[in-house]
Design a protein around this ligand. Sequence first.
Ligand code: CA
Length: 218
Amino acid sequence: MRILIVEDEPSLARQLRQTLEGAGYAVDSAEDGEEGQFLGETESYDAVILDLGLPEVDGLTVLDRWRKAGHKMPVLVLTARDSWSDKVAGLDAGADDYLAKPFQSEELIARLRALIRRASGNASSELVAGDVRLDSRSGRVTLAGEPVKLTAQEYKLLSYLMHHKGKVVSRTELIEHIYDQDFDRDSNTIEVFITRIRKKLGADLITTIRGLGYSLDG
Ligand code: CA
């Protein structure tokens, strides 16, 4: 899952990035509204964390432009403490959730997880496919009840496929959603990760659909 952070306060932006990367997300960041708007329009994100007070273009305007242009990714707005008018304006402009500063990183992560889950149509934080279970809260994966150790990249890939169970996901889509902007994106590595996941969790879990991509069923 790939997240965009639009936040102009360097220390908070850094802290957010560390927290999200620690939780297994690929992260891009923008320091002003103009750059943030551009990234949101041109890259694929599973969720966006958007500060409202931003240089160049303010957060509400950015959000309003995204929505008018048809970009539907979940957006969590960061508001100043106790500013109810900010919250209302944010929700009206198309925000999916908000969090008032200062906040606990655990709460931010929990809200993001919920946003991503809802956007992909999953009600529970535990995703199931056959004998495989992935708990998006703890990051644990089990096969027939037994814990299975996955690397960070394997987990990201499996998590994306499990969030989109039953759909055909192209290699390009996978690359866009599991790597950040600066990552050296080599589409051959996807096949390597798929092979490793099959070895750990069973050959039948992920089906290769020739010329189209992959599909996880069950
Ligand atoms: Ca700000």
